[in-house]
Design a protein around this ligand. Structure first.
Ligand SMILES: Cc1cc2nc3c(=O)[nH]c(=O)nc-3n(C[C@H](O)[C@H](O)[C@H](O)COP(=O)(O)O)c2cc1C
Length: 212
């Protein structure tokens, strides 16, 4: 009897916190997007390209990265390396090189830096043999969702990392990230406090089919 009461209490707490597991004790109501914190977070996330000047707290960055490395990975190989940069000197001096090569980028009146203006950047590297990219994507999704749940905005970034890996002048900045020899920079995620709330871009539901 005691065990049963405890089970009901736990189910009640999970339901209230919006963390009830799928199936089992979860009621139909808790699966609605309004009451499920995870689903709400997923559906509310948008790429942010305009941020306030507020720096991101280190504790939040640490938590975001912790969520990242808790992503699943094939055979738990964890084929990623992660570097977090919130040093404005690094970001601004690399941006100066970027602007020299891409002067049009700075014409945008909202332009602050090459990482879509984010005050903190998480760099993600995958093995040079081409493996691990799927795992790195899952790592990143965990991080953008964790950031969203903490009131932060993010933007996954491919273009700035292509500049970093293909431009001789950017090489010292890449080197400073200190990735292992058998790892290469794959993409980055800009993080900061959002100063915009863009509409969701349309999603093509015809790409999904249920096969009966
Ligand atoms: C692998 C990847 C690379 C991306 N690279 C860039 C980029 O270089 N610059 C940028 O502004 N957005 C970039 N994005 C963000 C996408 O443009 C954005 O996710 C997409 O338009 C959907 O919008 P949403 O994230 O607001 O739903 C990238 C996203 C992914 C997943």
């Amino acid at each position: 009897m005691k065990t049963r009461n405890l089970a009901w209490l736990c189910a009640g707490l999970l339901t209230l916190s919006g963390c009830a597991p799928q199936g089992g004790t979860q009621t139909v109501e808790t699966t609605s997007t309004k009451e499920n914190a995870v689903i709400e977070t997923i559906l509310a996330r948008r790429s942010i390209r305009k941020y306030t000047a507020q720096p991101v707290e280190r504790e939040k960055l640490e938590l975001i990265v912790k969520c990242g490395i808790n992503a699943p990975s094939g055979m738990n190989k964890q084929p990623w390396e992660v570097r977090v940069v919130d040093n404005a000197g690094y970001i601004d001096s690399l941006t100066a090189l970027y602007v020299k090569a891409n002067p049009k980028a700075a014409e945008d009146p909202n332009f602050k830096n090459m990482f879509r203006n984010a005050p903190a950047v998480i760099f993600i590297a995958s093995p040079t043999d081409g493996s691990g990219q799927l795992d790195c994507g899952l790592l990143g999704e965990n991080m953008v969702l964790a950031a969203q749940s903490l009131g932060l905005g993010t933007c996954c970034l491919g273009a700035p990392t292509r500049f970093m890996t293909s431009t001789a002048e950017a090489a010292p900045y890449l080197e400073r990230l200190g990735f292992s020899e058998n790892y290469k920079l794959l993409y980055a995620i800009g993080v900061g406090y959002p100063d915009e709330s863009p509409e969701a871009k349309p999603r093509d539901e015809s790409k999904v089919r249920f096969i009966d």
